[in-house]
Design a binder for this molecule. Structure first.
Ligand code: ATP
Length: 362
């Protein structure tokens, strides 16, 4: 196992990159601690595979370094990096038994059969595939094949990192949650450094202790699932995480106070150093309350969706769509209402980045 450090990393697929727009990875400084369970989360095209390929050695970055503990591996080929990878589609040998598939990475490294047996049966037990050990892999269902593929990634005890690249793509939706929680349990037992790449927030938040959120070649936040939910440091994180995501509303800042339309909105705390002019208010739907009348932002209900555990209300105010999550009774579409935002959860963002701090507002 190892700590993995990415230092001043940039990557461009252009032969002669000019500006930031030519870089698939803009500037990455990041440390993955030894034994951590990480998710790398972001939309399609944000640079996740590029970053993964740089860590695995399939790609040499245009600039910067990769360190495994203190060893500089920037130009080392994949075979010399001692990593395991689990891909979107199962990588297993159909003609071999499940046992031989799991044993393969160890036999490849010349391990004793005694040790192999111990590791293979241990991993099989964790994955709940012991009864399949003598079955030929060709006869397995797609999700069992992917389980074995994961097992092959986890069977070696000497890897620096295990990387999962969208490993649940081929899994039936009703089995996804099962494999997701299995993987989390495996991490707790195996204690290897794991990086799980996905564009699915549920997968990222259930698997990882820490989630790295990427957008457009940049890391916008690294934090625990709770941190990402409670204090998104960028509006992209607020919007991308949550269902529905954070409301991001244009506002006007005057001497540190934020105005949405003509109403002042009380912020969580001071927004020091934010110049007068356009900015954004961020408030999660969980912290928007709706009253039939009273003080607050005047709005009109556009739609109410019953999603089982709660209702999601979509209201319009100053031409902006605002979501609220309600547990009890909800208003009807077309009704005039007033919205209020829980002050301690109302944040100010400037140019996308968090600009308010908790405490007494100015
Ligand atoms: N081999 C390549 N040559 C040129 N451009 C590339 C190459 N691979 C990726 N890119 C570009 O680099 C950017 C990042 O792509 P990358 O595949 O790393 O993103 P991603 O987040 O993994 O997306 P996805 O989830 O769709 O795989 C994109 O703009 C993509 O078009």
């Amino acid at each position: 196992m190892a700590q993995i450090k990415l230092s001043n990393l940039r990557h461009s697929y252009h032969p002669d990159p000019k500006g930031d727009a030519d870089y698939a990875l803009k500037k990455i400084d990041l440390t993955w601690e030894d034994g951590g369970a990480y998710a790398l989360l972001g939309p399609s095209g944000c640079g996740k595979s590029t970053l993964l390929n740089i860590i695995s050695g399939l790609l040499v970055p245009s600039e910067g370094k990769i360190l495994f503990d203190d060893q500089d591996v920037t130009t080392l080929p994949p075979a010399k990096r001692n990593i395991a990878q689990v891909f979107q589609f199962p990588v297993i040998y159909d003609t071999m038994t499940v046992y031989d598939n799991l044993a393969f990475p160890l036999r490849n490294r010349g391990r004793d059969e005694d040790i192999i047996k111990k590791r293979v049966t241990g991993i099989a037990e964790m994955l709940e595939v012991t009864d399949m050990l003598n079955v030929r892999a060709a006869n397995l269902s797609p999700d069992n094949k992917q389980k074995i593929s994961m097992g092959r990634g986890l069977v070696r005890e000497d890897v620096n990192v295990v990387m999962f690249d969208e490993p649940l793509t081929v899994i039936d939706p009703h089995l996804k949650w099962k494999l997701r929680s299995k993987l989390k349990e495996l991490h707790q037992r195996v204690k290897a450094t794991m990086i799980y790449v996905t564009h699915d927030q549920t997968e990222a938040l259930t698997f990882a202790d820490k989630v790295v959120v990427m957008q457009d070649g940049e890391i916008v936040q690294m934090g625990t699932p709770v941190e990402l939910f409670e204090r998104p440091t960028h509006t992209f994180v607020g919007h991308f995480i949550g269902s529905p995501g954070m409301n991001v509303l244009p506002c006007d800042v005057k001497e540190g106070a934020a105005f949405f339309g003509d109403a002042q909105v009380a912020l969580e705390g001071p927004a020091q150093g934010v110049a007068n002019g356009a900015a954004e208010i961020g408030i999660r739907p969980e912290f928007v309350t709706i009253e039939k009348s009273g003080a607050g932002v005047s709005a009109q209900v556009r739609k109410v969706s019953d999603v089982g555990r709660h209702k999601v209300v979509e209201a319009i105010a100053h031409n902006q769509r605002i979501h609220a999550i309600l547990e009890g009774e909800a208003p009807s579409a077309g009704e005039a209402v007033t919205l209020s935002f829980k002050q301690s959860q109302t944040r100010l963002y400037k140019d996308g980045w968090l600009a308010s701090t908790p405490g007494e507002a100015a």
